[in-house]
Design a protein around this ligand. Structure first.
Ligand code: NAP
Length: 561
């Protein structure tokens, strides 16, 4: 009864460290880790102890006898990662990591190491975790929103609740005694980089990639165009996008790009609203989806099926929950690609694509069409979007599709951070293993570090940020131990006063707990994990409950009504 890793694998490697027989690969110290689409359990070596199940933060692992029908394809997928061999024959060890978690050793004797982490998404929380593995370290985590956890709250699709379960780990980290939240505080606006350094030895930016890559074609200014990432934020009730106009009174939506974000958007736009009503989707988005006229979402890729950007686990998940079709021509492309593909993951994707039904017309039931070799040329329409014209990739052939909405899903883009250098081409802060460097001299910028998407670009999964953050923290601790970081000049306690003078609505851990409690209470009343606040003012009011219980009880009573 070996255990099996399934779709929601976040690749944080917790299972690797927990496994007593080193049967989960690729591990964070193996070459394939950075590019792997998920981690895999060797069914021959697994001793069925279940340690990985408890360690996994997203509930992705189960014994092979307890899988749902939708999860069964993952049995073969896990096994296919390992060479075939007789039962009981183990592979030679390739990882030196498991089961020891190497922590950076902070040298005591000077002032406590004090670090500001800017951004409370996965990279920030994993960095805080790594720093707080030792005594004598203090971490203050800043976020411009009143709620923490970045894209886990605002980017992970609401029908992926298992993945959102990683917040349980983040809650444990934020409950540590030397951890402080300064939420609803924007670094660069309410407090500068230089001021952060007055109060900390180092500032570690984990601000992600907040913008979209823009598609430079005619018609992108028309109403009815948008981006998949904004749409996901709207679906998730992000306060900046709660008021987004998403007009679903049309039969067809075209999504440009076929990464996992495109799949997320297409899946939600075609899902049964009754299923979504059991999630933490924003009420505004749920209302719009209930009234939606959308019958087809076309996911248009510029390259061939073998080059699909989505991952195999997500394709397995998509095809088990949604109706997905191909055109006859695209089915032919799949068959051609399958004849020459050798990489097992690509072959796995193509085998699934080859089994998809071929369909031409829009059906009564909402469905998803995967389309290939379509390079976007111009958006059609006068007052609003009426369609899109592509060029058949590599040719001059024009291909037009009617559509009421055109969404780009061509990747995220990092934004400059005030006071730090920025690499415009790569849209990251120039760094060496997380140490920010001056691109002209190549010298390290004292006290400045990065982790996550602003360090390495917008790729990978939630858990990829764990090893990424560990690398940065290890360099930061080396610099502290070598005496390269300047002790804070401000006295302890002054930071709190400064922040409160600039941002009276700052929200701390207790404030976030009050928001969380209020949201989950609203959700419980409707049989949902939570009903989110989508206005900052409502979040601030709910957080006030922690500071002034009688006031909060009154406010909550009002909000829950
Ligand atoms: P992505 O995986 O980088 O995909 C970008 C897509 O945009 C590709 O299909 C790319 O095509 C296309 N593209 C880029 N420029 C284009 C252009 N000018 N014209 C037409 N198409 C263009 O990006 P993403 O979907 O935003 O995902 C970002 C990261 O988050 C990925 O690592 C993803 O796996 C991860 N993520 C994971 C999950 C999950 O695990 N459930 C969910 C969401 C996101 P080419 O390949 O031809 O360049």
């Amino acid at each position: 009864m070996p255990h099996v890793i399934t779709q929601s694998c976040c690749s944080d490697g917790s299972c690797v460290y927990a496994c007593p027989v080193n049967c989960i690969h690729p591990s964070p110290d193996e070459p394939g880790f950075a590019t792997a689409e998920m981690l895999y359990i060797d069914p021959v070596a697994c001793v069925d102890c279940g340690a990985c199940v408890s360690a996994c933060p997203v509930g992705a692992i189960a014994p092979d006898t307890r899988l749902t029908d939708k999860q069964l394809p993952f049995v073969a997928l896990n096994a296919a990662f390992y060479p075939e061999r007789p039962a009981g024959v183990k592979l030679p060890p390739t990882s030196k990591l498991a089961p020891v978690l190497p922590a950076p050793q902070v040298r005591r004797g000077r002032a406590d190491l004090t670090v500001a982490v800017v951004g409370s998404g996965p990279a920030g929380m994993y960095a805080a975790d790594e720093l707080l593995t030792q005594k004598g370290v203090r971490v203050n985590v800043f976020d411009r929103l009143p709620t923490p956890f970045g894209l886990v709250r605002a980017g992970v699709a609401p029908d992926h609740q298992n993945t959102k379960g990683v917040t349980r780990v983040f809650e444990q980290i934020s409950a540590r005694s030397n951890f402080n939240f300064y939420l609803n505080v924007e670094a660069g606006r309410h407090i500068s980089h230089a001021e952060l350094l007055d109060h900390h030895h180092a500032v570690l930016y984990t601000v992600g990639a907040p913008n979209d890559r823009r598609l430079d074609i005619a018609g992108m200014e028309l109403p009815g165009t948008g981006t998949a990432t904004e749409t996901v934020a709207w679906i998730n009730g992000h306060p900046d996008f709660a008021g987004l106009t998403v007009d679903l009174r049309h039969e067809r939506v075209v999504v440009i790009g076929n990464g996992n974000v495109a799949l997320d958007v297409a899946r939600i736009l075609t899902a049964d609203p009754d299923d979504l009503a059991r999630t933490d989707i924003s009420d505004t988005a749920l209302g719009a989806l209930c009234d939606s006229a959308v019958r087809e979402v076309v996911i248009a890729a510029r390259r061939r099926p073998a080059d699909s950007a989505f991952t195999l686990p997500e394709l397995i998940g998509l095809t088990s929950t949604a109706e997905v079709v191909l055109s006859t021509d695209d089915h032919d492309l799949v068959v051609q690609d399958l004849a020459s593909a050798t990489d097992p993951v690509t072959v796995g994707k193509l085998e699934i694509l080859a089994k998809l039904p071929v369909a031409a017309d829009i059906a009564a039931r909402p469905r998803i069409r995967l389309a290939y070799r379509l390079t976007p040329h111009r958006v059609l329409g006068t007052r609003r979007v009426s369609g899109i014209e592509f060029r058949r990739t590599g040719t001059d052939e024009a291909v037009q599709l009617d559509a009421g909405m055109v969404l780009t899903s061509i990747g995220y883009r990092g934004a400059p951070i005030a006071g730090l250098p920025f690499d415009e081409a790569a849209a990251v802060v120039p760094n060496r293993d997380g140490r920010v460097i001056d691109p002209v001299t190549g010298a390290a910028v004292t006290g400045a570090y990065v982790a996550g998407w602003i360090k390495r670009g917008p790729t990978g999964f939630i858990g990829t940020n764990k090893s990424c953050a560990m690398q940065t923290v290890s360099r930061l601790v080396d610099d502290f131990n070598a005496g390269l970081l300047t002790d804070p000049t401000a006295r302890p306690g002054m930071l709190d006063k400064l922040i409160r003078s600039r941002r009276p609505d700052v929200i701390d851990a207790a404030g976030w707990r009050a928001i969380d409690t209020a949201e989950t209470a609203r959700g419980a009343a409707e049989g949902r994990p939570r009903v989110k606040f989508t206005e900052v003012s409502d979040m601030v009011a709910a957080a006030a409950a922690a500071a002034d219980p009688p006031v909060v009880r009154r406010l909550l009573a009002g909000l829950l009504r």
